[in-house]
Structure formats: C-alpha cells, structure tokens
Design a protein around this ligand. Structure first.
Ligand SMILES: *Cc1c(COP(=O)(O)O)cnc(C)c1O
Length: 354
C-alpha cells in the first residue's frame, strides 16, 4: 500500500509523474531507447530542457522579464557559494532564519563581508524577524523564503534598493507572490519539484557581470546561461522529471491553483495542532509555514503510542528534524489533502484515547 508521505526532502512527487518518468527510463517516447542512455545534445533532450526552463519561468510569471532559468547541479548548497561568487564584491546582507540561512552565510563569507541584517537565532528560529532595514550599500540581500527545518515562512518580503536573492528550496511554486521582486531565486529540486540532482536557478540577467573576480566557468551564471544549462552534461533524469512535475502543476491551475490546495492542507493541519490539547505548534503563529508544520507532543510519554498509531495508519516521515525535535509534517505541492486528513485523524484519535 502506498504510504502517506510527509517527507521533508527528497519528498513526494505526483503519482502520474512517477509513472511517466519510470516509463521513460525503459523507453523514452517509443524511441526504443531509455531517456538516460541518449545524448543530452539529442533533439529529444534539448526539447526537454527548453520546455522545463520555459515552464519554470511561465509558472513563476517571469517570462519575458529579463530572467533566465537554469537547471544546475550541486544542490541549493551549491548556490550558497555560487550566488556569492557571482554577486559579492564587498558586502552582502543576510536575513538569518535558520540552519540553511546560517550555512548560506558561512559560504558567502569566503567571498566578502557579510552583515547579518536580522536573525531569529535567539529563539531557536521559531519566528521570522520583522522591521529591519536593508542598507543601500550592500551588493545584495539574501533570504530564505521557507525554513524547512523550523517550519517558518516569510509572508512579506522587505523592500530593498539592492538586488534580492532568495533560497526557495522548500516553497517554490507553492504560493502566489510577486516573483519579480527577486533578482535570483533558487531551489533544490527535491522538495517541491522533482528528484534530487538538479537545482533550479532563476536569474535576472542584468545583475550579472559586476564583480571583479575571475569566476570558474562551471560556476559562472553567464557561462551557464550562454550554454543553456548544458555547460557540461546535465542531470537528464532529474531535469525530465522536474519538467513533468511542472507540467502537472500547470494542469492543476499553476501556482494559484496549487496554492488553494496548499491553504486547505495547512488550515486543516494547524487547526488540529491548535485545537488538540495534546499538541503544541513550534513556530510563531503569524510565521507558520504552509509547507512544513512543526509541532510537539505536550506530554512526551505519549510518544510511543502516537508513533505506533502513525505507523499503523501508513503515515510516513513525520519525525521532526533533530534540531527541533517533535514532529514535522511536510505538505509539499504533491501531497494530497487526504494524507493530511489521515494524519489529523490519528491526532484526534490519540486525544480520544488519552
Ligand atoms: C533542503 C534545503 C537546502 C539544501 O538543499 P541541497 O539541494 O541538499 O543542497 C537548502 N535550503 C533549503 C531552504 C532547504 O530546504
């Protein structure tokens, strides 16, 4: 039986995407060849890459607005250094909202001065700082739209006079926002878009070419754009599967369509956390993530009972990250509402039992 998959990443993909991509492994579009045994320069794969890039820009509302989409390797972690290498001349500002922001800061420090504009480290990152100013003498400002581990999400982004870079690994394509407020956004595919192995980077071209350092070709956005994400052999399977997910998303009414679903799932999840006296939410209410809901048992002695009930109900991967403990329900685009219903049901059964 298929489980209810709440994994934080790599995470659930639509069933029809899994089916189609597994067929392509055996025989891509009746070519008599597997997708992963043909040239990335073949007409077939070039079409896939072009389609994937075009769908990504289209779904984000960034078509014909000076942006380029890239499918790179090295994960979101690779972008921690690549954004800095390509943009940081003197000083950049970072909003520190969790483990991923902290790692991004660490990498960027190799290339210049970093100013932590604001941080929520004082409360184990259970909220999003507000009311801070982003100085105008920075090369860029970097933030993390959704904090996968802590379950917080930026609802309103600051207005800045400098380029804005955003790590959107765990909430890209999940909600309607003005994506054009960002100059670079990036996301490892494995949370909300596809299998691990590729990273979507969307770059506004006119912010490039302003640093004085030499950039190695592989890590140079300009060279990657010129090569159409094919500077070297791209991860063909990950790109193809991401393309299928983006097609699936388009068929669901795009980002606006899926946002409605995501709202329903998050509302159901958080109302159970709030109404059920056995559970407490981790994140500050106004900053709660619609993607990753973090919560704890009020009484840890119920843990074994709850865990075995979850297992019984086929609910998988709701254990919290080690730095937060407790539980985390990741509700990415492909997670059906029924899975959240199943989880909430177990939570209320526990209440009835206790
Ligand atoms: C998972 C995650 C990352 C790391 O992604 P990799 O592709 O493994 O490097 C970075 N940022 C956020 C917000 C994440 O959720």
């Amino acid at each position: 039986m298929k489980k209810h998959n709440f994994s934080a990443g790599p995470s659930i993909l639509p069933q029809e995407v899994l089916l189609k991509s597994s067929e392509a492994i055996m025989d891509y579009n009746n070519t008599g060849l597997s997708l992963i045994e043909i040239s990335h320069r073949s007409k077939e794969f070039v079409e896939i890459m072009e389609n994937a890039k075009s769908l990504a820009l289209d779904l984000l509302g960034l078509k014909d607005k000076g942006y380029q989409a890239l499918f790179l390797q090295g994960g979101a972690s690779g972008q921690f250094l690549m954004t800095a290498m390509n943009l940081l001349e003197k000083k950049a500002g970072f909003l520190n909202t969790g483990a991923w922001s902290t790692k991004a800061i660490k990498e960027a420090k190799l290339f210049g001065d970093i100013q932590e504009v604001a941080s929520s480290a004082d409360a184990n990152f259970n909220y999003i700082p507000k009311g801070y100013e982003v100085a105008s003498d920075l090369d860029y400002f970097h933030c993390t739209s959704n904090n996968t581990i802590f379950g917080t999400q930026i609802k309103s982004f600051p207005k800045t006079s400098v380029p804005m870079v955003c790590d959107m690994s765990s909430d890209i394509f999940s909600r309607v926002i003005d994506y054009s407020q960002f100059d670079i956004l990036y996301a490892g595919a494995q949370k909300n878009m596809g299998p691990a192995g590729t990273t979507l980077v969307v770059v506004k071209e006119d912010i490039l070419g302003k640093v004085s350092r030499q950039i190695p070709s592989l890590l140079d956005y300009k060279k990657q754009i010129a090569a159409g994400s094919m500077f070297n052999t791209p991860p063909v399977f990950a790109v193809y599967t991401s393309m299928l997910t983006l097609e699936w998303l388009k068929s669901k009414g795009g980002v606006a369509g899926i946002e409605e679903e995501n709202e329903k799932k998050a509302t159901l999840m958080y109302s159970e956390i709030d109404l059920n006296p056995l559970f407490t939410g981790f994140a500050a209410k106004e900053d709660r993530s619609n993607m990753n809901a973090t919560f704890n048992l009020a009484d840890d002695s119920l843990k074994d009972t709850f865990d075995s009930m979850l297992k019984e109900a086929g609910i998988s991967a709701v254990n919290g990250h080690r730095s937060v403990g407790g539980y985390r329900a990741s509700m990415y685009n492909a997670l059906p509402l029924d899975s959240v219903k199943a989880l909430v049901e177990v939570m209320s059964e526990l209440e009835a039992k206790a």
